[in-house]
Design a protein around this ligand. Sequence first.
Ligand code: GLN
Length: 429
Amino acid sequence: MKKTKETEEYFSVFIDGKPESKGKLKGLTFSFKDNICVKGIETKASSKILEGYKPLFDATAVERIRGEGGQIIGKTIQDEFGFGSFCTNTGIGIKPPKNPVDKERVTGGSSGGSAAAVKVLDNHVSIAESTGGSIANPAAFCGVIGLTPTYGLVSRHGLLDYANSLDKIGVISRNIKDAARTLSVIAGSDGKDMTCTAEKKDYEGYLGESVKGMTIGIPKEYVRGLDPEVEKGFLVTRKILEKKGVRFKDVSLRKNAEYSIPTYYVIAMCEASTNLAKYSGLRYGYTEEIENEHYDNFYSRVRGSAFGEEAKRRILLGTFARMTGYRDAYYDKALKARTILINEYKEAFKDCDAIMHPTMPILPPTFEDAKKLTPLQNYMLDLLTVGANLAGLPHISVPAKNTKLPVGVMFTADHFDEEKLIILGESLE
Ligand code: GLN
């Protein structure tokens, strides 16, 4: 595979490589989001603070992919540490990638480089990560498939954590078959991640199964206030499924619609602020020379000059919400709310195989429009993706039909029901 202007834009490191002819993953090349450790290759989650950091080991997902003949061709650009929805919060000195479908528009985020790379490269799969929607969102904006597995199905060993109770490693691909075969390789228990104990299924074995007789819930709160083009794509896709024998019913995710954004952002920022504490200029990546100064000044200087604006915002907000006196009011309360929100999904799954709604309420915005949003307006746009992520539920974003710009339709299934997403996704290809 040749280095081109596009690969340069989507990859932080690009290595020439041809697909292998052996193993379950033969014929495919792979890239990894920049927050997944690949031995000997700079891994920095698109942050200046990790400049020059080369892991001494492979993440479990990387090791498993190598073991099945997956050819690794590089690391993809992301929002710094995963903090964003447009891939415009790339760290200092890193250019945001442009949407391959329309260069004026963003790729979505935080795994923007991954989704864009899959859009432009044939026989390519990107391993990405989602905390609150970072696989589904860029997949929707770039017109490709994004599969986020159940929390704990894929090992997080070797992932640079954003928020440990939310992070999932998953797959961005052009077709369902590649997603299924990649998931079959990376899923399954791992002694190096205590939260990864689930046994995997033979996901490829479900390819070709029919959707006939499936029941899908549509949360009424999640199909309001959509961009008209998003609504159109969603309705057309729904019709196609209806013709194939899928039954639809209304469900309510009222509590999620109201509380998932504040719950998610409190938990995500609290966990992020502790995770980023280790980047202090002593052990990894970027550092500065100082003499005769207090070490507090050293930390401040390093962190002040190497973290981007959004990372700093989250460190401050997360640290504040964890302070004595505030912890009960924010973090502990958010954990309680999280349980209520999970139960609301569980209730819906009592008589639905999956839940369906658009992935993002808007079309990929132009860079100019994205810049005009305040942080809060920006966070609100994650409304449709954070609920499934808070609940650790598997979900997939697939391209909607008949739209001028890419629109994603998102299906969410109950825990460890990834095969239903594969069947639904394939029926729309
Ligand atoms: N946009 C969300 C956030 O900024 C989700 C990002 C992600 O899943 N990494 O936190």
